[in-house]
Design a protein around this ligand. Structure first.
Ligand code: C5P
Length: 243
């Protein structure tokens, strides 16, 4: 058979993924967005999905322990991530909820419902759908361990609970929310405990993850360390935009 007659088989290109896991307030979101800009990749803020579900549950009067109802709500979650001049705008049932999902109350409810196995399962497909060309930076708790186990680069970003509480406190004040530092610290410690001790997808570094501590390093140094690590991965090198 001549070369022209051979059926053309297009290679399936699987977009590369960089995962950034770690506890709340470790700087994952900032690092994920900066990396996405640097590589020209999409971003998945998986915590926002759990927050959207927590808000939907609150609006529909579904309790955080009602697993069966939450599973149905998760499977039919009417939520969109839209781009608003480079910032993510989150829409729930047609309403802009970008700010309201960031409250401490919704964060705590998200952490409770995130411990339910069938809820996590129901959100899995939706998270995989973010993996589009040219690539994805996925931010969460179980991105490297469960959702994208074949990621090219896995980062686990941590920081002391005190440093994270301080950052969160400043963020909330800047956004115009009322905030109490001791209450935020207690909430962060409770959430860390719940996230790391749950039986499904507990918060823990993937075996091959690079663990970085932003208390000691600061965001710029973390970013530089991640970029250095990415340079060693052949399927990421080509996307590094010089700047
Ligand atoms: O990251 P963020 O604080 O927005 O996440 C809210 C909550 O959602 C977390 O406390 C965690 O319990 C849950 N979550 C999760 N798995 C993810 C992302 C978030 O369990 N991949």
């Amino acid at each position: 058979m001549s070369a022209d007659l051979e059926p053309s088989v297009k290679p399936v290109i699987i977009p590369p993924v960089i995962t950034i896991d770690g506890p709340s307030g470790s700087g994952k979101g900032t690092i994920a967005h900066r990396l996405a800009l640097k590589f020209g990749f999409h971003v998945l803020d998986s915590g926002a999905l759990y927050r959207l579900l927590a808000l939907a549950a609150q609006q529909h009067g579904v309790q955080t322990h009602n697993e069966a109802a939450l599973q149905v709500l998760a499977a039919h979650l009417d939520a969109q991530f839209q781009d608003n001049n480079g910032e993510a705008m989150l829409i729930l049932e047609g309403e802009d909820v970008t700010q309201s999902i960031r409250s401490e109350e919704i964060g705590a409810a998200a952490s409770k419902i995130a411990a339910l196995p069938t809820v996590r399962e129901a959100l899995l497909q939706r998270q995989h759908a973010f993996r589009e060309t040219p690539g994805l930076v996925a931010d969460g708790r179980d991105m490297g361990t469960v959702v994208f186990p074949d990621a090219s680069l896995k980062i686990f970003l941590t920081a002391s609970a005190e440093a994270r509480a301080e950052r969160r406190y400043k963020q909330l004040l800047e956004k115009g929310f009322a905030a109490s530092l001791p209450a935020i610290l207690a909430d962060i410690q409770a959430r860390d405990l719940r996230d790391s001790q749950r039986t499904v997808s507990p918060l823990k570094p993937a075996q091959e993850a690079i663990v970085l501590d932003s208390t000691a390093l600061g965001i710029e140094a973390v970013l530089a360390a991640v970029i250095e690590a990415a340079k060693t991965k052949t399927n990421l090198q080509e996307f590094l935009v010089k700047s």
